[in-house]
Every structure is written in structure tokens, then in C-alpha cells.
Design a protein around this ligand. Sequence first.
Ligand SMILES: [Zn+2]
Length: 136
Amino acid sequence: MTLPDSELPRTEDEWRVRLSPDEFRVLREHGTEPAWTGEYVDTKTAGMYRCRACGVELYPSDTKFDSHCGWPSFDDAIPGAIKEIEDNSLGMRRTEIRCARCDSHLGHVFRGEGFTPKDTRHCVNSLSIRLDPSTT
Ligand SMILES: [Zn+2]
């Protein structure tokens, strides 16, 4: 499921043909899907959430929790899989999260909200990830 390095797109035009228009808008143009519309908001299925653009492993399903914010939320990620970028758009100070491998937009990370013992919320668009259900 992981795209080999040799097939990883190098340009936005190459991404555009690989992704649906909605996926392209979120992953490559930093869009946000409307709250409560994503396919994984309430998903409890065990497995591994991968980057929808390049397929790399991002979030084990046991890091997912109910934040009631309208988007899938995770309190931890595979070490090194995510990179954080300061985002001051829309008049807010936020921290954007992207796939470290392919630089695709995932969502934003928030800390200090007290949802879980790790005190971290990765607020991720369903369109940015794909669940690979565990087979065991
Ligand atoms: Zn990726």
C-alpha cells in the first residue's frame, strides 16, 4: 500500500492525477473537510491509519480517541511520521501537521486540552488518511 519512492509524485500536477478533487484540495492545498462529514470521525475499527497520499503509516488505531470535535483525533503518531509547521493563517496561531514523507497536509495539532494523558490532539481530516484494518 505504500507508494515506492520511485513513484512518489514530484509535482502538484502529478499529485492531481493520483488524487480525487476533494483529496487534492485537502492534502495538497491545505483544505479542511467540513466537521462531522469525514468517513473516520466515529470509526472504532482496529488497524493502522496511513497517509492517503503516499501510504506511509501514521497513526495506530489505539491512538484514536473521541474528541467530539467533528474530525478524527489521535493523541500520538508513529515516531517521525509527522512534521509540524507554524500556521498563522485565518488570524489564528496553530500548528499544522503534514506527512513527513510526502509533505501532504493532514490537519492541526493542539496541546494542553487535557483530552487524554498525552495531552495532545492531532485533528486530522478523514480525507488525509486511509484505514488499513488489522486482519488479526
Ligand atoms: Zn504521505
